[in-house]
Design a protein around this ligand. Structure first.
Ligand code: FAD
Length: 405
């Protein structure tokens, strides 16, 4: 093994944890630092698309994923105003084209725990919680990171530093890398309830998108801590609505009751409000410093693509570092990492997530009708249906990015 192979990963979210796992499995000693005192029970991402399921299964996470996740092949587009089922899509139609023709609904904190456990088993992982990156310098062969721990500050030295430290990335800011894009005026509220919407008698499946210019909705099921599972709704919160009103007991109940009136109210498992951005870093590599996941790109959650794209970054980047270590490639491989993964973002994840958000909230009645008609036609035609699945499942994004020289 070459000398230049010790990797410091900053951030133990899903991208940092999977980054650490895939690097350890390729023989890299990894130090993973996380500012929080332990693994975070983050209830954001859950939708894992087929190509990502394939990657995680190849890392040996299949048993954990099947046990604590939910296999979910169908998704619905509905008109929230009329209640009509506009289109049903079936990822099962990709049978024979991908090994796992379904979406896995697996909460990101469960993925983090499974990935950390698997990586620890390699004997190459050192995980340090309550350790926050403050600054770094780099020279020809090394990166020196100043970190803050409970005992004070210290310097960690590695050959590579990977910023998987989320949308507010310290690594990206310290590297002076622009984060180009915009912020949506409305915020998104996520509400989790133990009520089982399959029992509502409305024909819902476990992933539903409701179009409505006033209040669109994403509604899907996760396994949660166990039976009966948890349903998550994501709704827009207009700019004029104060945070406290949206997050209040009344505000949360009002949103669910307006969607499906229910005597006695809803039992709430959790709720949170998010500012939502569409941004991509100008570069994902600067010498020995790399960005992956939300540190490199953020998008709205409609379609469930942010974490998936970050996990695709992790696998791509680990492959590049491996070929540099093994002498098959030089540092220029990291420019290719940026070209490939930026393209996946700009041409697919950003474009698709913006289009998803705009079509669900379209105000113009003619455009709205046109959009719903297009979804109906797409679902009814097997070739269009499959093409839609390939795009929404990030298969096209991955294939196109990987083909970039
Ligand atoms: C409501 C909602 C639903 C979503 N649903 C989906 C979905 O279904 N599918 C999907 O693909 N995506 C989804 N996303 C997006 C997804 O949550 C993110 O893309 C994902 O969490 C990014 O993972 P990450 O590891 O890059 O960053 P994070 O999950 O943000 O992890 C970063 C970690 O770095 C740590 N950190 C930060 N700074 C430092 C520092 N200086 N030193 C040390 N540690 C540090 C943080 O504490 C954190 O643990 C959703 C987002 C939202 C808001």
């Amino acid at each position: 093994m070459a000398v230049q192979d010790h990797v410091l990963v900053v951030g133990a979210g899903p991208v940092g944890a999977v980054m650490a796992l895939t690097l350890c499995q390729r023989g890299f000693p990894v130090t993973l630092i996380e500012a929080e005192p332990g693994p975070v029970e983050d209830q954001r991402a859950a939708t894992v698309h087929p190509p990502t399921v394939e990657m995680l299964a190849a890392m040996g996470l299949r048993d954990a994923a099947w046990e604590t996740g939910l296999l979910s092949p169908l998704f619905h587009f509905r008109d929230r105003i009329t209640g009509e089922l506009v289109a049903e899509f079936d990822v099962g139609m990709l049978e024979g084209e991908v090994p796992y023709p379904f979406v896995l609904q697996w909460e990101q904190y469960k993925l983090v725990l499974a990935a950390l456990d698997k990586a620890a088993g390699t004997g190459l992982l050192t995980t340090r919680f309550a350790t926050r990156l403050l600054s770094f310098t780099q020279d020809t062969d090394h990166v020196h990171a100043l970190v803050e721990t409970e005992g004070g500050t210290e310097t960690l030295t590695a050959n590579w530093l990977i910023g998987a430290d989320g949308g507010r990335s310290t690594v990206r800011k310290l590297a002076g890398i622009e984060f180009e894009g915009f912020t949506w005026p409305e915020r998104f509220i996520k509400i989790g309830t133990t009520y089982d919407f399959l029992e509502a008698g409305k024909g819902y499946c476990t992933r539903n998108y409701f179009s409505d210019p006033d209040e669109w909705l994403n509604l899907f099921k996760v396994k949660g801590p166990g039976e009966p599972g948890i349903w998550r709704g994501i709704f827009p919160v207009p700019p004029e609505e104060p945070d406290e009103a949206a997050l209040s007991h009344e505000g949360v109940q009002r949103r669910l009751q307006k969607f499906l009136p229910r005597e006695g109210g809803y039992e709430i498992a959790y709720h949170a409000l998010y500012k939502v951005h569409q941004r991509v870093a100008a570069t994902f590599n600067l010498g020995r410093v790399l960005l992956a996941g939300d540190a490199a790109h953020v998008n709205n959650p409609i379609g469930g693509m942010g974490m998936n794209g970050g996990l695709h970054d992790a696998v791509n980047l680990a492959g590049k570092l491996e070929s540099i270590r093994d002498g098959g490639a030089g540092m220029e491989a990291l420019d290719r990492y940026t070209r490939q993964r930026r393209k996946a973002q700009t041409d697919f994840v950003q474009a698709q997530s913006v289009a998803n958000k705009q079509s669900l909230s379209e105000r113009d009645p003619a455009k709205r009708r046109e959009h719903l008609d297009r979804l109906r036609r797409t679902a009814a035609d097997p070739a269009l249906h499959k093409a839609f699945l390939r795009r929404s499942s990030l298969i096209d994004s991955l294939d196109t990015a990987n083909a970039v020289a």
